[in-house]
Design a protein around this ligand. Structure first.
Ligand SMILES: [Zn+2]
Length: 341
């Protein structure tokens, strides 16, 4: 990241504590023709469900390909469903996020070993959603496995949502995860200060943020203008507000996109330069404007979102789920009604 960034860097890995873990496996899904978002970096591996792009020295980004060319869902995509990536240092190899199914994480783990000569040592979980955590078991090798790092809030939400009866994975139209996720093993208990990890020859900084969910983590790299934004930033796909705190989302996104030169690994959609993601902010602002007007007019989210359309001037934003506009208005209604903190 450049010296002009708006983040602060401080703290060590002191906020981490151990928790237990559970392991399980799921079947690999079948392949089909996947829609490709435009490649940003050099594609080093391509599968029916995702591809891996080299975006810096020792830095690779995953781009999942969840939609077919006709806009329908690509069933192969459930292996990963989310984006993520690999950051390699001389000593440590970090993977970002755990895919929806273990097959997705296992694919990334295998590529990390092939590309760096080292196994993944640490996995950073950007937030609790099942499409980022359901496949964490894919990083395990028998009983052994990398550290899995998440905030205390994220850990709690994984337990609440996915080890009990209530489950709300990203994209409610997708099948529920058939597995109990492996739980984080290193917990960031302080969610207001950044955490710095020394990978050997390079450091990365974990930024606890919120907005897509009550706890999101973005990852900054000391020696490269790359940010892994998790699901705070989407490109080409309309944001899923199901667990969003929209005002915080707006603040976090502006922070992450402040330096136009940065490469942003989004949570869903293409990898892009921050300078090219201005329409994402414009879209969030448009949703805010319309949702506030809807709330002030006393409308329900369904009523308020009924005539919502994304203008062509903001580009193409496909929907994982046809109800996502209503979900966005409902998130704003919750916040404006004082039902979220
Ligand atoms: Zn998410």
């Amino acid at each position: 990241m450049t010296s002009t960034h708006s983040f602060s860097r401080r703290g060590l890995m002191t906020g981490l504590a151990a928790t237990g873990a559970a392991v399980s496996l799921a079947a690999f899904s079948t392949a089909s023709r996947a829609r490709s978002f435009p490649a940003f970096g050099k594609v080093v591996d391509e599968q029916p469900f995702a591809r891996l792009e080299e975006i810096g020295e020792g830095i690779w980004g995953v781009v999942s390909t969840p939609l077919n060319a006709d806009g329908s869902f690509n069933p192969a995509a459930i292996a990963t469903l989310c984006n993520g990536g690999i950051i390699a240092g001389e000593d440590k190899v970090v993977a970002i996020d755990g895919s929806f199914q273990p097959a997705g994480a296992a694919w990334l783990a295998e590529l990390a070993l092939k590309l760096t000569g080292k196994a993944v040592t640490d996995v950073i979980v950007t937030h609790f959603h099942a499409d980022h955590t359901g496949g964490l078991a894919g990083y395990q090798q028998g009983a052994a496995g990398p550290n899995i790092i998440a905030t205390a809030t994220t850990n709690q939400l994984i337990v609440e949502r996915y080890t009990g009866a209530r489950q709300t994975p990203e994209g409610a139209s997708f099948a529920q995860p058939a597995i109990r996720p492996v739980l984080p093993t290193r917990i960031m208990t302080n969610e207001t200060e950044t955490v710095t990890m020394d990978l050997g020859g390079r450091t990365i900084t974990l930024h606890p943020l919120k907005g897509h969910t009550p706890s999101d983590v973005a990852i900054e790299i000391s020696d490269a203008p790359v940010i892994f934004a998790g699901d705070l930033v989407w490109a080409g796909l309309f944001h899923n507000y199901v667990d969003a705190i929209p005002s915080h989302l707006s603040t976090s996104v502006r922070q992450l996109l402040a330096d136009p030169q940065n490469t942003i690994v989004t949570g869903h959609g293409a990898i892009a330069r921050a300078a090219d993601l201005g329409n994402y902010i414009n879209l969030l602002d448009l949703v805010e404007e319309k949702a506030r007007a809807s709330f002030e007019a006393g409308k329900t989210a369904a009523e308020g979102s009924a005539d919502f359309l994304v203008p062509q001037s903001l580009g193409t934003w496909q929907l994982f789920n046809p109800r996502y506009y209503e979900t966005a208005f409902e998130a704003w209604r919750r916040e404006l009604a004082g039902e979220t903190s």
